[in-house]
Design a protein around this ligand. Structure first.
Ligand SMILES: Nc1ncnc2c1ncn2[C@@H]1O[C@H](COP(=O)(O)OP(=O)(O)OP(=O)(O)O)[C@@H](O)[C@H]1O
Length: 305
């Protein structure tokens, strides 16, 4: 069986008395994209630093591509790509020089001009990094992370500060990485980004994992699905199959379950109720709870507002 790209087991990271990461465990299977979500200060970057081998955990264990990333950092570095938060690069180095330098470290690098073109960086290659815009620096940092064809890529808020087009390009690059079998661990504050890109999501809060699973799993278990049915107005609404049916506006009926989630049988029973009354049903919409709903329910942000 293939080893996980990343295995995080009961990891603790302390800064003085503060446990920024407090016993977090999760795994990133090979070839998948995992999004690490959490409010500011939840411990995401601290976890990344441990997984990247920049810091030894104060407790627990990490295996990155099967090895201890702190003890074997030199051996590991050619196999991973890292895009740090804020896209840190040397301000005086030229973008093209940096890209070629990083490519020179790799046995089989991506063609630099192709990559620069793909990420809309071709016009920046002769400029020192301090003359690049924030979004251009982000794109350069992404290029530096992937130019060596790594097996595993760490992306810390990859699309922060990017315009819409650059964000879409970045999403396409991440999809290409996944299609090529590369494993990706990314952090983001954009929940639609996580929902779009990630096979798996791990939500951390105050250094602990508070929810984990695929976006579909997280948004359907304990969901708050609601059914909206458009039909003739003024039907004699009643409770159907344990669900509450209300006419919110003439001809628009909402169906809620006290259990939170409507299952297929309840939805079928409700539609059967409309059919039995000879109602003309013109539209049926189901609302799933979003990853944002889950995030707010699972993290302390809600309480802080
Ligand atoms: N070098 C450090 N020294 C002391 N405290 C630190 C240090 N780095 C981080 N922290 C603290 O540890 C906690 C976790 O920080 P971390 O950067 O890991 O969170 P994060 O989830 O990445 O946050 P953000 O979303 O804001 O980037 C925060 O309370 C932060 O202030």
């Amino acid at each position: 069986m293939a080893l996980d790209a990343l295995s995080v087991d009961s990891v603790v990271v302390r800064y003085g008395n503060i446990a920024a990461v407090d016993g977090a465990s999760f795994a990133l299977p090979r070839g998948r994209v995992l999004a690490l979500l959490g409010p500011n200060g939840a411990g995401k970057t601290s976890l990344l630093r441990v997984c990247e081998g920049f810091r030894r955990p104060d407790g627990g264990r990490v295996a990155t591509l099967g090895v201890d990333p702190f003890a074997e950092r030199d051996r590991l570095m050619p196999r991973v790509g890292i895009m740090p938060q804020g896209g840190a690069v040397h301000p005086l180095a030229k973008a093209g020089e940096l890209l070629r330098l990083f490519a020179s470290y790799a046995a089989d690098p991506v063609d630099v001009d192709y990559l620069a073109d793909r990420l809309g960086l071709a016009h920046t290659l002769r400029r020192p990094c301090r003359r690049l815009s924030g979004g251009e620096l982000q794109r350069l940092a992404l290029a530096l992370a992937v130019v060596g064809r790594p097996e595993l890529v760490f992306l810390d808020e990859p699309t922060a500060g990017m315009d819409v087009e650059a964000r879409h390009t970045t999403w396409a690059v991440i999809a290409d990485l996944r299609a090529a079998g590369v494993s990706v661990l990314l952090t983001t504050h954009l929940l639609d980004e996580a929902e779009r890109l990630a096979d798996d999501v791990v939500i951390v809060d105050r250094g602990r994992v508070v929810a984990a699973g695929s976006p579909a799993h997280l948004t359907t278990t304990a969901g708050i699905d609601r059914l909206t049915v458009h039909a003739d107005p003024a039907l004699p609404v009643a409770d159907v199959a344990g669900c509450t049916v209300r006419e919110e506006a003439p001809g628009r009926y909402t169906v809620d379950s006290p259990q939170g989630t409507l299952d297929a049988a309840a939805a079928a029973a409700v539609l059967g109720w409309f059919a039995a009354r000879g109602a003309h049903v013109t539209a049926v919409h189901s609302q799933r709870r979003t990853l944002e709903d889950v995030f707010l329910a699972m993290t302390t942000r809600k309480a802080d507002r």
